[in-house]
Every structure is written in C-alpha cells, then in structure tokens.
Design a protein around this ligand. Structure first.
Ligand code: NDP
Ligand code: MG
Length: 388
C-alpha cells in the first residue's frame, strides 16, 4: 500500500491524482491532503478520502476547516509549517508535490530530504532551486518521478538504469509543446488578448497559472529547465518541437538514429498513474488512444520571436545560478498581474526580460540565496509592471 501526501489536493493535478487513487483503494491511500485556502473543496475531499491529516496553508482558514471536519477523525493543522509536516511526516511514503508556484518549494524540498518518493508536478520548485532539490534527494535517499507529462514521457523512453545521458547513448531530448491557444498568432494580434482567452487551452484542462504559461510558451521554457535538472542534460541537448495535437508527449533521440516517443491522449492521469505505480502499471481511467481518429500528427518549430518567454528561459538556463529563480519569480508576478488585468499579455515577456537584466545572478548555494533572489526579483518585477 502506498501512503500518499497530496499537496495541492484541491487543484487540477490533485483532482486527477485522487481520481486514480479512488480506482485502486487496495494500492493507494491518501494519508494527508493539503490546500491553500479552499476550505470547502478540501473538507469534501477529506470526508471522501478520510486522510489522517488535513492541512490548510492559510491559518485564517483553520477554524472553518476544523468546524467542517469535527468528528471526522481527521487531524487538522494549519500554516506553512503544517504543510512541511504533511510532506515529511511518517504518515506517508510518497508525496505528490502539486502546489502551484514558488509556494511549493519548501514542501518539495522537505519531502526530498525526508526520503519520500517524490511525484513532482510543481515545476517551479525545480526551476527555482534545481541543484538544491538534487542535493536534498541525495541526502534523503528517496527518488523523484516526474508528473509533468513531457518529463514523464522522457522518463518512460530512457533506459531504466543509466549513469548519464551520454552513457545511455542519448543524443537529444525533444520536448513537445502544444503551442497553446495563440499558436500561429502575430505579436500584433496578441496585444489585446484576455485572461479568458489565455486560459482556454485547446487540449489540456489545467489551473489558471499554468494555462497562461502555456499561452506564452513559458511553460515550455520552465520545462526545458526542468528537463535540464531531471535528466542532467545541457541546454544544447534539449529541443522544443510544437505538436498541436498533444498526442506525442515527448521523445528521446539516440545516437544510432532511433527516436523513442511516448504517446497517449492528453490526460494527466496517464502520467500520474505511471508515477504512482512505477515500476508497475495500473488502469488510469483514460480512454484508449484512437490513432485512426487522430489521423495525423503535425510538428513545427516554435516561433521564438513572437513567444519570447521560451527564448528567455533558455537564456536564464545558460546564465545559470539564480537566473532561473529570477525568471520564475518575474513570471509568477507578471502572470498574476495579467490575470488581474493589470498587465497586457505582451507585458509578461517584457517584465521577465527587464527583470533578468536588472537582477544579477548568484551561485545558488543554499536556500537563503534562492529565497533572497526570489524576493528581489519579485520587487523588481512589481516595479517594472507598474511602469508598463
Ligand atoms: P491549480 O491552480 O489547479 O491548483 C493549485 C493547488 O495548489 C491548489 O490545491 C491550491 O490550493 C494549492 N496551493 C496554492 N498555493 C498554496 C500554498 N501557498 N500552500 C499550499 N497549497 C497551495 O494548479 P494545477 O493543479 O494546474 O498545477 C499545480 C502544479 O502542477 C503547477 O506547478 C503546475 O505547473 C504543475 N502542472 C500542472 C499540470 C496540469 O495539467 N494542471 C500539468 C503539469 C504540471 P487552493 O485550492 O486552496 O487554492
Ligand atoms: Mg507539461
């Protein structure tokens, strides 16, 4: 029996994870569920899945959650420290890191340090602090399995035990991108797009932040950095290919000319079920892929001049140190401002570009350096957003 702590249980990844869990009560048990401030959704999940521990990150919501769960036998805890406890406590052997944004960094690190099997959806954590996460995993002796569909696909296409990509005979990693809702548009056409349009993804149903990231292609930029850390791949070995059908989830090219790909319908439950059951496989409730209905698979180069965020992510990766922390922080601030209609869509890339130029990169030696870079970048991004 796998005992799971699901951090970000009320979100899109949380819902897909719990859907797979509910299909296999003999294999998976949710022992802790955590959310930010959505008391209603968290209470409902707790009454259904009966975890030992329910955590609400916002202390102001503690009383409401206690009231909802009175008599349920579920222990209630609140505040950021309680989220760390949910990630590292003895109630779980596996942690699903599905909090959105930098808010998930410390709990992801805590799970790694505690030697849990870490199922990572929270890509911002690895973008902010990839080196620190690798160190925490090494110290804790646990393992990381990627939930992000592209990285999950690559994981499936790599040999099970290999020292490094060169030893495995890998030439390149090819990350596929849907291109998002604005694929094919010109810069002029993007000037007035709204949050509603940006969040209407053609193939995937996801939280609002990652939906905007998909629309700017920053999601792919974050994923390039994520792939760099997960697979120890230099930026030159990671290529992005736009594939509008979202059926091929990513590919690995070998030196002999073989290219292995993982295909499937765009449904996160496939990647989640794979990581939950690894090295076995379980039913995920996903419809069989009907290749005749899909009929064709298209591939094209990303338009880096219009979707500058992807180019900025490569720049930050090449700069190294805390540059990717700055990139992530500026992006989070800019996306929030866009969603609140304080910033036009093209302002997202402008904010990140200016912020990368304004904040110097430092070697990311410890958590304090990373958190300091994050804070400095957010202040700078706010200043830039106000000026745009
Ligand atoms: P959602 O916005 O749907 O959900 C976010 C979750 O995080 C909610 O449960 C929210 O709680 C919780 N949360 C937010 N802030 C905090 C906090 N400070 N402390 C504790 N919990 C918090 O996001 P998604 O599920 O779409 O994405 C989650 C992560 O997974 C992101 O990093 C995203 O990039 C990644 N990912 C998502 C994919 C998808 O298909 N959705 C695909 C690949 C990666 P509350 O409900 O209370 O606000
Ligand atoms: Mg992805």
């Amino acid at each position: 029996m796998r005992r799971l702590a699901i951090l970000g249980a009320t979100g899109s990844i949380g819902a897909s994870t719990l859907d797979v869990v509910a299909r296999h009560p003999d294999r998976f048990q949710a022992t802790a569920l955590a959310a930010h401030r959505n008391v209603d959704a968290l209470a409902q999940l707790c009454l259904r899945f009966r975890p030992q521990l329910a955590v609400i990150a916002d202390p102001a919501c503690e009383a409401a959650l206690r009231e909802r769960l009175a008599g349920s036998g579920c222990r209630v805890a609140a505040g950021p420290q309680a989220v760390l406890e949910a990630a590292a406590g003895s109630h779980c052997d596996t942690v699903v890191a599905a909090i959105v944004g930098a808010a998930g960094l410390e709990s992801t690190l805590a799970a790694a340090r505690a030697g849990k099997r870490l199922l990572l959806a929270n890509k911002e954590a690895i973008v902010m602090a990839g080196r620190l996460l690798a160190k925490a995993l090494e110290d804790g002796g646990g393992e990381l399995l990627p939930l992000d569909s592209e990285h999950n696909a690559i994981f499936q296409c790599l040999p099970p035990r290999h020292a490094n990509l060169a030893a495995a005979g890998v030439r390149r990693i090819l990350l596929t991108a849907s291109g998002g809702p604005f694929r094919g548009r010109t810069s002029a056409e993007l000037a007035g797009v709204t949050p509603e349009q940006a969040c209407a993804h053609p193939n995937w149903s996801m939280g609002r932040k990652i939906s905007v990231d998909s629309a700017t292609l920053m999601n792919k930029g974050l994923e390039v950095i994520e792939a760099h850390h997960l697979f120890d791949a230099a930026a030159e070995r990671i290529e992005v290919v736009v594939h509008p059908q979202s059926i091929v989830h990513s590919l690995v090219e070998y030196v002999d000319g073989s290219v292995l790909a993982q295909l499937g319908n765009p449904d996160m439950r496939t990647a989640i079920a794979y990581a939950l059951a690894w090295p076995e496989r379980v039913e995920a409730g996903v419809a069989a892929l009907d290749l005749l209905k899909v009929a064709r698979l298209d591939f094209e180069a990303p338009d880096l001049a219009t979707f500058r965020c992807l180019a900025l992510a490569y720049e930050a990766l090449r700069a190294g140190g805390t540059a990717t922390t700055v990139l992530n922080a500026a992006n989070e601030e800019a996306v929030a401002a866009f969603l609140e209609r304080r910033l036009p869509f093209p302002g997202i890339a402008q904010t990140i570009d200016r912020c990368l130029n304004a904040v110097d990169s430092q070697p990311a030696t410890d958590l304090d350096v990373v958190l300091d870079a994050d804070l400095t970048a957010r202040r700078e991004a706010q200043r830039i957003i106000a000026s745009l």
